[in-house]
Design a protein around this ligand. Structure first.
Ligand code: GDP
Length: 486
């Protein structure tokens, strides 16, 4: 793929072919200092599973090695079944279950990757939901997709009541934690399911405690289900802090780096992105992205339209329009500023109204030329539909190529766009939270919000406000109990 012409400054993109052979890394460190630069230094290990070691460079220039599965190995070891490590030089794995909307899946995979990195585990991503059709393999010569034949055949149906969940094993005293040092691996189960979606229990969330991480470290296989960006929770674990500090000198750019490192549209999706960008956005002097998240049969809402208009005008992203009949004082067209607005939504109504507004009325002031575009309107969220997900991914990516972003609060779709863009968005709140005089606000950071965080102080062993424990983890403005990095 080739980056859209005017996006190369911030969006230097790895050009590649998805076979993983032709891999060129363009540093994405122009705006924010480096987290990771892949050096592609593959070790030639004889292991069955691990014959690739990827290397990342920390902010201070030092090297972090992490293991991955060789893409040529179709074989799934019998590790899980009998606990043997024959033929493998590595013994710890993390399987990340892919589910829910695409934004959720992207945030979950990024979170799992970082956790695997911090705990020296091989990451394997559940391939369902067309993960392979949407994303290129991020690491050359390796695969992050769970190969077929995984012995835990029912892993995708694991949930809050699964007996092997870490929380349930704690509750049922199958596992105990304590200050008496590490539990020997022989006394631990071969695998644990880590349940961190929005239904997670207090015990499930002990995952974010140091004591529990010391136990979990010795469990060979973890299967993790989350629909969340759990990274702010990882920043609460003291044992991870040093590594996190050196990987991310700027704590408000964690997803920006992870996302730009991991998620690369496949050629089909890249075609959707580049064709749309070149046709509708490339020549404008300014690009404004507006993400309008609507749900189910939600009707066209004049209040939401008014909120969008008030927000974009208050933030000086788009001009006001002059009333019909007022004299038009516009400069010569050559000097007129042009703004392209990219609207993404399941519905077309908001886009149609905005387009009509800037066609039927002149823009106030210098008579800015405003064009409004929307790539698709799928009407309803669909699950397991490849072309639907491809459009969603292309639209998230297109939003990330705009200069200024307006997003809908609570939406992981918007979080991904703002993170890839590397911009702090203006956030529109849900109607029930909206302040009459505040249609939107400028977010404090570009980081996604962790919607289902722990509320527990692991050192004091009691409930606590986790938005006040470490300096860079604060509450989100859109989801007030959520946590985000700032
Ligand atoms: P969230 O539900 O807002 O947190 O975002 P998700 O991405 O996790 O789930 C919403 C899903 O609905 C998306 O993945 C798409 O499948 C669909 N969807 C929602 N908004 C849009 C949109 O603006 N454009 C497209 N193409 N799909 C959307």
């Amino acid at each position: 793929g080739v980056a859209p012409a005017s996006s190369t400054k911030r969006h230097a993109r790895r050009a590649w072919c998805c076979g993983g052979v032709n891999f060129v890394l363009a540093a994405f460190v122009m705006v924010v200092p480096p987290m990771v630069i892949l050096l592609d230094a593959r070790a030639s290990s004889p292991a069955v599973w691990i014959s690739s070691v990827n290397v990342l460079r920390r902010g201070d220039g030092s090297i972090l090695r992490w293991p991955a599965v060789d893409a040529r190995d179709k074989l799934l070891g019998s590790l899980l079944a009998d606990g043997s490590e024959e033929g493998s030089c590595h013994s710890r794995y993390l399987v990340s279950i892919s589910y829910r909307g695409l934004g959720n899946r992207i945030l979950a995979a990024a979170s799992a990757f970082l956790y695997a990195l911090l705990t020296d585990r091989v990451l394997l991503v559940d391939p369902s939901n067309e993960m392979d059709e949407l994303f290129c393999e991020p690491f050359p010569g390796t695969t992050w997709l769970l190969p077929p034949g995984f012995p835990l055949t029912n892993y995708t149906s694991f949930g809050v009541s699964t007996a092997e969940s870490y929380g349930n094993m704690l509750k049922n005293k199958v596992i105990t934690t304590g200050d008496d040092g590490d539990i020997p691996p022989a006394r631990l189960p071969p695998f644990a399911y880590v349940h961190l979606d929005h239904t997670a229990t207090v015990e499930d969330k002990f995952f974010f405690c140091d004591e529990d991480q010391r136990v979990i470290r010795n469990i060979p296989w973890l299967v993790m289900r989350t629909d969340n960006y759990i990274v702010p929770g990882l920043f609460l674990v003291t044992g991870f802090q040093q590594e996190l500090d050196s990987l991310f000198p700027e704590t408000d750019a964690v997803f920006h780096h992870l996302g730009r490192y991991l998620f690369h549209p496949t050629n089909h999706v890249w075609g959707l992105v580049t064709r749309y960008y070149d046709a509708y956005l490339a020549t404008a002097q300014q690009r404004v992205g507006i993400q309008v998240r609507v749900f189910g049969r939600q009707p066209e809402s004049p209040e939401l339209l008014e909120q969008i208009t008030a927000c974009t005008q208050k933030a000086n992203l788009l001009p006001e329009v002059i009333a019909a009949g007022e004299p038009l004082v516009a400069p010569a067209s050559a000097r007129r500023k042009s703004t392209a607005v990219l609207v993404t939504s399941l519905k077309s109504w908001y886009y149609e109204r905005m387009k009509s507004m800037y066609w039927e009325h002149a823009a106030a002031g210098a008579g800015e030329a405003v064009s409004v575009h929307q790539p698709s309107h799928e009407e309803f969220q669909q699950f397991g539909a490849g072309s639907h997900d491809a459009k969603a991914w292309a639209e998230m990516y297109l939003l990330s190529l705009t200069d200024a972003l307006v997003t809908s609060g609570w939406s992981t779709f918007g979080y991904v766009a703002q993170g890839l863009a590397g911009v702090r968005p203006w956030v529109m709140q849900k109607p029930w939270n909206r302040l009459a005089d505040q249609p939107c606000w400028r977010d404090v950071s570009m980081e996604p919000c962790f919607h289902a965080p722990p509320f527990y102080d692991c050192r004091l062993k009691r409930g606590a406000d986790t938005g006040k424990i470490v300096p860079h983890v604060r509450h989100c403005q859109d989801v007030q109990w959520g946590l985000k990095l700032v």
